[in-house]
Write a protein that binds this ligand. Structure first.
Ligand code: SF4
Length: 231
């Protein structure tokens, strides 16, 4: 990889990796920008694509792409989106033949976890769930000080235990773990320790009703402070 260059697809204006061409026509990869990962790391890309040669990986990827396709409908007036993520989850789990699902949820979304359990059970799945406070371990265990407790000094506060959540779902051998609203960092640990297939139904955003994109959409107005440069 050329010195000081690293992939920045987010700033690409060429997007030759996703051209509007007919089958059989060749993308103009030479027109990709210098920071294109296809130019910087061809050996990584050549190696990674071979993973899809594994039959189980290929089939999983195929089902995911079929699911993606089925999220749209083609109408005379154009393409239209069809289903919300929760239905996408139900359909994809069905396609994969999954029977046992496991929700790892944040206590702040306990109500949502119940609703999701109802929905998934009504669709025929067995649904286990594990709350973040599982283990009832005091935060002192990880070195949290009294003044760092959310409820204030003097209170027993149990830590979020995403590792326990992951290990419980690993032990249950759920077909699919569903992460729901874990905090940043806690989600990182859950992903690190989860050894069953995993997806995300929601990420936590305490301000925007678990829609972090809202801050991006408002970054040109009410949340312009996000764009001020930090030294
Ligand atoms: S892969 Fe290359 S062409 Fe595609 S978006 Fe990234 S930089 Fe652009």
């Amino acid at each position: 990889m050329a010195k000081d260059l690293y992939p920045v697809c987010a700033r690409c204006t060429k997007v030759v990796c996703d051209p509007r061409l007919k089958v059989g026509e060749e993308p103009h990869l030479n027109e990709a920008p210098a920071f294109c990962p296809m130019k910087l790391m061809p050996e990584v890309i050549a190696e990674a694509i071979t993973e899809y040669d594994k039959p189980e990986v290929k089939e999983f990827a195929r089902l995911a792409s079929v699911q993606e396709f089925e999220c749209y409908e083609q109408l005379p007036e154009g393409r239209r989106t069809k289903i919300p993520r929760v239905e996408e989850l139900i359909q994809f789990a069905g396609k994969c033949g999954y029977k046992k699902l496991g929700i790892a949820f944040c206590g702040g979304l306990a109500n949502e976890a119940r609703i999701l359990t109802d929905i998934l059970e009504h669709k025929g799945f067995t649904v286990a769930s594990v709350r973040c406070s599982v283990g009832a371990t005091p935060k002192e265990r990880i070195g949290i000080k009294e003044e760092e407790k959310i409820a204030g000094p003097g209170w027993l506060e149990t830590m979020c235990s995403p590792i326990i959540q992951a290990e419980v779902l690993n032990k249950l051998k759920v077909d699919l773990a569903i992460m729901m609203g874990l905090c940043i960092g806690h989600d990182t640990l859950f992903i690190k320790y989860c050894r069953v297939p995993m997806t995300v139904i929601a990420v936590k955003d305490r301000v925007f009703g678990h829609n972090p994109m809202a801050a991006l959409y408002l970054s040109g107005s009410y949340y312009s402070r996000l764009m001020t440069k930090t030294k």
